[in-house]
Ligand binder design. Structure first.
Ligand code: NI
Length: 261
């Protein structure tokens, strides 16, 4: 069984077959648990609805750095109020994205909301899911400051060097690996997967985006995680079953509110 640690089934690209996927198709294709991750405030509400509708679906609540424009203290309080829901298992995705935002004012605003949401996670005792793009140094510095024995998370869609990945591993954090690892030009991520212990890797799609080869460019679903597991097995020279089992246990360790198998 595979633990899908990062999906966006609230996305409109799933409007046609969301019910079929979540009610049986994913289960029939070896997908055990699914974390649906909020990115916008609307996405958070939708994630919670999905988690409450399907047994094996859980929600992560948080505002993505590209979505903070309309975010407010009131929204933050809503997340806090819902964090105690048994199906809410993480805060995210939160973080820094300097790829599109080049001006210092915009980046500063991202850092403010990033830190506020990290503090909230600490308060409600939930792990975090980090989105970070072109912001390696600021992200690592913020996490080093935030990290404690009880406050860990996943660096989702990991895109930096293996050296930085090992800094996160040293702190007991997890590296999210998805479809990109199957791409021809994925040299950096391949090196990272080789360097990071399998005990610190979790499987994720970020679907509907980032479909692995041989479906690159198509709409992604958790069913395609088998290609990611296959690639990691090849890189680590272990069986696909071991990749699935160990990453499943890893996900249960970080998302500790998801208890049963
Ligand atoms: Ni995502």
């Amino acid at each position: 069984m595979i633990f899908e640690t990062h999906a966006h089934y609230d996305d409109e690209k799933f409007d046609e077959d969301r019910v079929e996927l979540l009610s049986h198709l994913l289960k029939e294709n070896n997908i055990g648990k699914i974390i649906n991750v909020g990115a916008s405030f609307r996405g958070c509400k939708e994630s919670l609805k999905l988690a409450e509708s399907y047994d094996n679906v859980y929600a992560s609540l948080g505002i993505h750095p590209e979505e903070i424009e309309d975010f407010s203290e009131e929204n933050l309080q809503w997340i806090k109020a819902n964090a105690s829901n048994p199906k809410v298992v993480a805060i995210g995705e939160i973080g820094l994205d300097y790829y599109w935002i080049k001006d210092e004012e915009g980046r500063k605003k991202q850092r403010i909301w990033f830190k506020k949401q990290l503090e909230l996670a600490k308060e409600v005792k939930l792990p975090v899911i980090i989105h970070s793009r072109d912001a390696a140094e600021d992200t690592l510095n913020t996490i080093v400051e935030y990290n404690t024995e009880d406050n860990k998370g996943i660096i989702h869609c990991y895109s930096y060097s293996k050296e930085i990945a090992l800094e996160y591993v040293k702190m007991g954090w997890f590296i999210g690996v998805g479809g990109v690892v199957t791409f021809k030009n994925a040299k950096k991520l391949v090196e990272t997967v080789q360097a990071v212990p399998i005990e610190n890797i979790v499987l994720e799609t970020d679907c509907p985006y980032m479909a692995p080869v041989p479906h690159r460019g198509e709409r992604n679903t958790s069913i395609y995680l088998k290609y990611v597991a296959e690639k990691i097995a090849e890189l680590k020279n272990i069986s696909i079953e071991d990749v699935e089992r160990i990453t499943y246990e890893n996900a249960l360790r970080i998302y500790s509110k998801v208890k049963e198998r």
